[in-house]
Write a protein that binds this ligand. Structure first.
Ligand SMILES: C[S@@+](CC[C@H](N)C(=O)[O-])C[C@H]1O[C@@H](n2cnc3c(N)ncnc32)[C@H](O)[C@@H]1O
Length: 315
């Protein structure tokens, strides 16, 4: 993976600060450090006793986090997928003592904008798309081995692509002529097979998103990461999650709702107190970025922020 200088503007920063509202001695966990935009702003709110655990699965993000940690002793860094966040928290002996967790899901601008990472159909580069070194199979390897049926399923389910089968068949034909190893070639094959180009959207947008979500297991990561986050939060601790597309947001929304409801059977028991097992209380409604933010940073346009607070254990 090549290193480059690419910036990332933190999305919904004021809203995240307001949601987590850390006390000076708070212990925070940024599960998706990226280039540390949110993390730096959170650190500015913490006093000398505060602490921030910074996680990312991307080695370039981790290199930035380590530079920050070398300057700021309140920062601890771990290169890991956030599905494993509980392991890091346990290693620091902080289970039940985390006061705020941020999950800013998806890819960062530096990942998208670096052609060598192979995420974007707008820049030609090797067809890679791996977010971190824990991801074994590149997009090119998956495209080379997946059956047309499997590709169609992924494009339909994860990309919500209407022409999934037609595009998958075109990819299978093209790869039998020559391997598809660059983003440019894949984008061309998809564009040629796509019968309904939309205005303002490259015809390969949904297919690229689907492949990225699939090879990085992003939806599974979100599900496991949310569950782990709830388990490590202190009572009253806050969880703030920013998602960037509907499938991801649906997972977050349902998870927070279910954690607030608890188990309806237990809830109905004729016993004093709450025995439902509910672990969270949602804070406010889903929030979207302001028009000003979207015009300054178009990548914020599809963001949704959801916030919840950890309840104390039921008696
Ligand atoms: C939208 S960016 C975060 C940007 C960051 N908040 C900032 O202000 O710079 C998402 C980051 O999450 C990381 N990421 C995505 N999925 C992850 C996962 N399952 N585990 C750990 N990190 C992940 C990506 O590598 C990327 O660096």
């Amino acid at each position: 993976m090549t290193r480059g200088v690419y910036t990332h503007q933190p999305v919904m920063l004021e809203e995240v600060l307001e949601a987590l509202d850390p006390a000076p001695d708070a212990c925070l966990l940024d599960a998706t450090f990226g280039r540390g935009g949110h993390a730096r702003a959170l650190l500015a709110r913490l006093g000398p006793q505060g602490r921030l655990l910074a996680l990312d699965r991307d080695p370039e993000a981790i290199a930035t986090a380590r530079t920050l940690a070398a300057e700021d002793s309140r920062v601890t860094v771990a290169e890991t997928a956030f599905a494993d966040l509980a392991r890091v928290v346990d290693a620091c002996d902080l289970r039940g003592r985390i006061n705020g967790i941020l999950m800013d899901l998806g890819v960062s601008s530096p990942q998208l904008d670096d052609p060598a990472r192979g995420f974007s159909f707008q820049h030609d580069g090797p067809l890679d798309m791996r977010m971190g070194e824990d991801v074994v199979e590149s997009a090119a390897d998956w495209i080379a081995r997946a059956s047309a049926e499997e590709m169609a399923r992924v494009f339909r389910e994860l990309g919500e692509e209407r022409y999934a089968r037609r595009i998958a068949r075109a990819i299978a034909t093209a790869r039998s002529e020559a391997p598809i190893s660059t983003t440019g070639r894949l984008a061309d094959v998809v564009a040629a097979a796509h019968p309904a180009w939309e205005r303002d959207r490259h015809p390969a947008t949904r297919v690229f998103l689907a492949i990225r979500l699939h090879i990085n297991g992003e939806l599974e990561q979100a599900t496991a990461g949310l569950a782990a986050a709830v388990d490590v939060l202190a009572p009253g601790g806050r969880l703030a999650v920013i998602s960037f597309h509907s499938l991801e947001d649906r997972i977050v929304k349902r998870f927070l709702r279910d954690q607030e409801r608890g188990d309806p059977v237990l809830r109905a028991l004729p016993l004093p107190g709450d025995h439902s097992g509910a672990k969270l209380r949602r804070i406010g409604r889903a929030r979207r970025p302001s028009a000003d933010e979207v015009s300054a940073n178009p990548r914020a346009r599809s963001a949704t922020l959801r916030v919840a607070e950890r309840l104390a254990e039921a008696a």
